[in-house]
Design a protein around this ligand. Structure first.
Ligand SMILES: *Cc1c(COP(=O)(O)O)cnc(C)c1O
Length: 435
């Protein structure tokens, strides 16, 4: 609890903020950011600075899923645009900031998702917050129906819309249908959900949700942030892979993950996009993305439209990571995607495991604790990329096994299997149970 002031005390501002921070420490929720410097050409290797020391580490939790942040074509596009057009955009979209690379980027995005129009925001977070809140506010008496595991940016959009909201159980179409049915066909309804859920790595039943939306005349909004660039023959996400893009009203994505740059966007029918463009304060009253960022994003999207190499290699290395860690007995949570969560189940141990991996093994995996995931499901979230070689995967396995043993983290019920003969020999300690 944050301490209350005595009535006769003056407000002690400093004490108030210190107490707020102390509370996070007490709950093991205080966040510490690693000071890292990525190295072009050597991804996922990076320099880590801590306590006056400098060390080389391997990043295993990057959302630069395909390494496009270091792709020569993307870097060249950014350098060229900055060299030719300068650094900042110089204004909002309305007041001199509407630079040509940004206009091109929006056309590229609309085409990627087979939509009439696209609109770029300064981040994926802002795109969700601004688009959902604006659509929900414009539609009369709108009911927003939201998956319970939606990202914070979507929750913020729902809140800011001022619309009534109902939460449906994660990926539960029967529950979703009961809410739609109760609302009736005539009421305006917006279903908001994600394609790939980034913490559990599972995928929404998009076709079934689209069926329900049709049946009950609801509008659909999907967040494809963790899928664009990586799924579908042109990187158009899960909706492209499953041939469903035309059945979803608004497809949202980020330029900051698989596309390796910065910014967020929505695509959809001209009328919806134009309405958000015209009514969303989070779009209108902020400076446009710089031309260099827009040009780099377009280069990444265009590259991934035609190149399968990155997608294929990422799939292979993700599958291999899951296999190698599972074979070592680590509690890998099963996913049908590139995301590899390993369950720790305790916030303190999760933080300690992350600290040990970095300090002892030079492996950087940020701990994922409450409120990002439910208490008791604290985890290490591993994101293999095309650049995590088989040798790096083996190093990761060895480091995790050593850490699980050293800290006595649960192996997930079953006894740890013996190391396979063709595996590298690792110094094994007797695994402890519980955690
Ligand atoms: C990361 C993320 C966002 C925000 O995207 P940014 O471009 O990083 O702001 C939105 N939705 C989901 C599901 C995300 O994981």
């Amino acid at each position: 609890m944050i301490r209350r002031q005595n009535q006769e005390d003056k407000m002690n501002y400093q004490r108030f903020f210190e107490d707020a921070i102390d509370q996070l420490h007490a709950e093991r929720r205080y966040r510490i950011f690693a000071d890292i410097e990525r190295i072009v050409g050597r991804f996922p290797r990076a320099i880590w600075r801590a306590n006056g020391r400098t060390e080389e580490i391997t990043i295993w939790c990057s959302n630069d899923y395909l390494g496009m942040g270091q792709h020569p074509a993307v870097i060249a596009a950014m350098q060229q645009a900055a060299g030719g057009m300068g650094t900042g955009a110089g204004g909002t979209r309305n007041i001199s900031g509407n630079n040509h690379p940004l206009v091109e980027l929006e056309q590229e995005l609309a085409q990627l998702h087979g939509k009439e129009a696209g609109l770029v925001f300064t981040s994926g977070f802002i795109s969700n917050e601004a688009a959902i809140s604006t659509i929900g506010r414009l539609l009369p008496n709108c009911l927003i129906i939201s998956d319970e595991l939606n990202h914070a940016s979507m929750i913020e959009g729902v809140r800011r819309s001022g619309a009534e909201k109902k939460i449906f159980r994660h990926n539960d179409v029967a529950h979703l249908e009961s809410i739609l049915q109760a609302a009736g066909r005539d009421r305006a309804k917006l279903i908001v959900f994600e394609s790939v859920y980034s913490m559990d790595g599972d995928i929404a039943p998009i076709a079934e949700i689209a069926d329900l939306a049709e049946k009950y005349n609801a509008m659909t909004y999907i967040d494809e942030v963790h899928a664009v660039g990586m799924y579908g023959p042109h990187g158009g996400g899960i909706t492209e892979r499953e041939g469903l893009a035309h059945r979803i009203d608004v497809i949202e994505g980020t330029l900051a993950k698989a596309f390796g740059t910065l910014g967020g966007y929505i695509t959809g029918r001209q009328s919806v996009i134009d309405a958000v463009r015209s009514y969303a304060p989070g779009f209108i009253f902020t400076t446009a993305l710089p031309p260099a960022v827009a040009a780099a994003a377009t280069a990444a999207i265009r590259h991934l439209k035609s190149s399968h190499v990155e997608r294929d290699a990422q799939k292979r290395q993700a599958a291999r990571t899951k296999q190698v860690l599972s074979d070592a007995g680590l509690p890998v949570m099963e996913t049908p995607t590139h995301i590899v969560p390993v369950l720790v189940g305790d916030p303190e141990l999760c933080k300690m495991a992350s600290d040990r991996l970095l300090g002892v093994h030079g492996i950087y995996i940020q701990p994922i604790n409450y409120p990002t995931v439910p208490r008791g499901t604290e985890r290490l979230r591993i994101t293999p990329t095309p650049f995590h070689s088989d040798a790096l995967i083996e190093d990761l396995r060895d480091a995790l096994v050593e850490t699980w043993n050293a800290l006595g983290i649960s192996w997930g019920g079953e006894e740890r299997p013996a190391v396979a003969e063709n595996d590298r020999v690792v110094p094994l300690l007797v695994p402890k149970s519980g955690g």
